[in-house]
Ligand binder design. Structure first.
Ligand SMILES: [Mg+2]
Length: 121
C-alpha cells in the first residue's frame, strides 16, 4: 500500500483528506508542521508528501529545501491556497512534482496523486 503523508497546519483539512485517501485505499497520515514532517520521515517511510506552502515556522518552501539538503527522496505535491504561477514555478524548482490549489477537488487531486506515484523519479 502506498504511503501518503499530508503536511498541513489546517487540522480539519488533514482529517478530512486522510479519511478520503484511506477510503480509496491509500495508507495516509498527517503532521501539522515542517519539523514534524522531518521527525516523521526519520522514523517512517512515505511515498508521497502532500505539502502545504503556508505554515507557521517552516513553510512549504523550507521543507522542499530541507528535503533536498538532506537528500530525502520522496515525491511531493504542493497543495496550497496560495496558488499562483510564481509559487508553482518556485516549488517546481525546489523539487515539487506537481501542484494543486486549495480548496482542492478530490477527484482532480486523486488523478494527480496517481500520476505522480506512477512516475519513476
Ligand atoms: Mg496552511
Amino acid at each position: 500500500m502506498e504511503k501518503i503523508l499530508i503536511v498541513d497546519d489546517d487540522i480539519n483539512l488533514c482529517t478530512v483528506l486522510k479519511d478520503e485517501l484511506t477510503e480509496v485505499g491509500y495508507d495516509a497520515d498527517f503532521v501539522n508542521n515542517g519539523d514534524s514532517a522531518f521527525d516523521y520521515l526519520s522514523r517512517k517511510q512515505a511515498d508521497l508528501l502532500l505539502l502545504d506552502l503556508k505554515m507557521p515556522g517552516k513553510d512549504g518552501f523550507d521543507v522542499l529545501r530541507e528535503l533536498k539538503t538532506k537528500k530525502i527522496s520522496v515525491k511531493v505535491i504542493v497543495l496550497t491556497a496560495y496558488a499562483d504561477v510564481k509559487s508553482a514555478i518556485d516549488s517546481a524548482k525546489l523539487g515539487a512534482t506537481d501542484f494543486i490549489s486549495k480548496p482542492y477537488d478530490f477527484d482532480e487531486l486523486l488523478i494527480t496523486i496517481r500520476k505522480v506515484l506512477q512516475r519513476d523519479t
